[in-house]
Design a protein around this ligand. Structure first.
Ligand code: URP
Ligand code: ZN
Ligand code: ZN
Ligand code: ZN
Length: 454
């Protein structure tokens, strides 16, 4: 089976040009003008549309035991929602609960995705404790192609690790040449501030942000950067949310620390007033690091435009309204997370490219190409090139719509972005040569996704 995509405008690897794309089997076979269709080819007219490389989301939670409950998606639901939104590959945070055996977690997490995901996927290996077996397990999993670790400086008593463990992880990452991704907030300060606010009777969701202020994230960011610097490892700060934390990360970068920076779409488009809404309406917008004062957004967009911020992810983490009610009367018990896997690309296109905050080339770079490069997926993924996987998004910039839970494919009963306008959406999405989405509908094959060994 082959596909010929005609008359589209390709945006890839910093370039933008009109050309046809011929797909044969799972790969891009030719790119050029006036290509002719093989006898068996399906011809797709992409006039007036962009042809982007499939987008990559390097930070999602699908199976996640967290705060006494589980995130709502399965790989069947999450991957379809991802694909409908133009994401053809995601990297899940494998996060063993506290003292869970890492190898048991590996079998559990991979078992949940295998034969279920419709898009390709990989894992960051979460190190949530450090014991006699951890180093051996990590060596084995890196040998299996899982070339990135995840650590939480936050979540004391749950996923969080201490400085001794952090040092061991970074030292091993340096030896094995893998990336350490990190959630950077000072866990002890968060715990102290949470107790202080609760003791003052400050219990609603509006107190989540003051319990983990910008400075506490900046401290965590500088702290992580110092461990990366001392070990010479490669670091990646996940979901950086504010200008002060950004300054800490850029300060480290400027002194030569190998640090990459990720922002997530909620921090670019939502602010803390959403979490200040009454009761569960506020709880729907509780995530960590928290939604911040709106004044941070201009700096984040600017740094993204300049390439100081490398990537845009989601931190997709769906908890439904009933789960969000677990934090009624105590904001520290609200399950943290906002679903976004279906909406990232459309929101980034709309509030970045369409509204003049981000050049289209940088949009593709931040949401696909650079992510593939950082995590060892390039040029199989993240580019429209001959020989690459035919993961393609034919994007319609003329589409107009609104985000709503009522039309979302995520397994959840609310959207954090309810009513947000969308200036564009994928009209066709392919995964390794198979058409998986047409005009907002999943038409692909459930369970076809491959585990990507990097
Ligand atoms: O609130 C969030 N971010 N939930 C998911 C877990 C994490 O910290 O990424
Ligand atoms: Zn996190
Ligand atoms: Zn510190
Ligand atoms: Zn996360």
């Amino acid at each position: 089976m082959s596909l010929l995509i005609k008359n589209g405008e390709i945006v890839s690897d910093g370039k933008r040009f009109k050309a046809d794309v011929l797909v044969e089997g799972e790969k891009i076979a030719q790119i050029g003008e006036n290509l002719s269709a093989p006898a068996d080819a399906r011809v797709i007219d992409a006039s007036g549309k962009f042809v982007f490389p499939g987008f990559i989301d390097p930070h999602v939670h699908i199976h996640l035991p967290f705060m006494g409950t589980f995130a709502k998606d399965t790989h069947a639901t999450g991957s379809k929602a991802a694909l409908i939104g133009g994401t053809t590959t995601y990297i899940e945070m494998l996060a063993p609960a506290g003292n869970e055996d890492l190898m048991d977690a590996w079998h559990l997490w991979t078992g949940m995705a295998d034969g279920k995901s419709a898009c390709d996927y990989s894992f960051h290996i979460g190190v949530t404790n450090w014991n006699d077996q951890t180093e051996g397990y990590l060596r084995e999993l890196v040998g299996q192609g899982m070339k990135s670790f995840k650590v939480f400086l936050a979540y004391k008593g749950a996923f969080g690790i201490d400085d001794h463990a952090l040092y061991q992880v970074c030292k091993l990452a340096k030896e094995l040449d893998v990336v350490v991704t990190a959630h950077c907030e000072n866990a002890d300060l968060v715990a102290e501030l949470q107790q202080k606010l609760l003791s003052e009777g400050k219990t609603g969701p509006e107190w989540h942000e003051p319990s983990r202020p910008e400075s506490v994230e900046a401290e965590g960011t500088a702290h992580f950067a110092t461990f990366i610097e001392m070990t010479g490892a490669k670091g990646y700060v996940v979901h950086l949310s504010n200008a002060r934390a950004l300054a800490a990360a850029l300060d480290a970068k400027n002194r030569g620390v190998d640090l990459k920076i990720e922002v997530v779409i909620p921090h670019l488009t939502l602010d803390k007033t959403y979490a200040e809404r009454e009761g569960v309406e506020g709880a729907k917008h509780v995530m960590s690091p928290p939604l911040r004062d709106k004044s941070n957004q201009a700096r984040l967009w600017d740094a993204l435009d300049r390439g100081e911020i490398d990537t845009v992810a989601t931190d997709h983490c769906p908890f439904d309204v009933e789960q969000k009610h677990m934090g009624d009367g105590n904001f520290t018990k609200i399950p943290n997370g906002i679903p976004a896997i279906e909406d990232r690309v459309n929101l980034l296109y709309t509030y970045g490219v369409s509204r003049g905050n981000l050049p289209i080339e940088r949009f593709v770079d931040a949401a696909s190409t650079r992510t593939a490069q950082i995590f060892g997926l390039y040029p199989k993924k993240g580019t429209v090139q001959v020989g690459s996987d035919a993961d393609l998004v034919i994007y319609d910039p003329a589409y107009r719509g609104k985000i709503s839970a009522a039309t979302s494919h995520v397994n959840n009963d609310y959207s954090g972005f309810e009513g947000f306008d969308i200036d564009g959406r994928p009209s066709i999405v392919t995964v390794r040569g198979e058409v998986a989405v047409e005009d907002g509908q999943f038409v692909g094959t459930e369970g076809r996704g491959d585990l990507l060994r990097r």
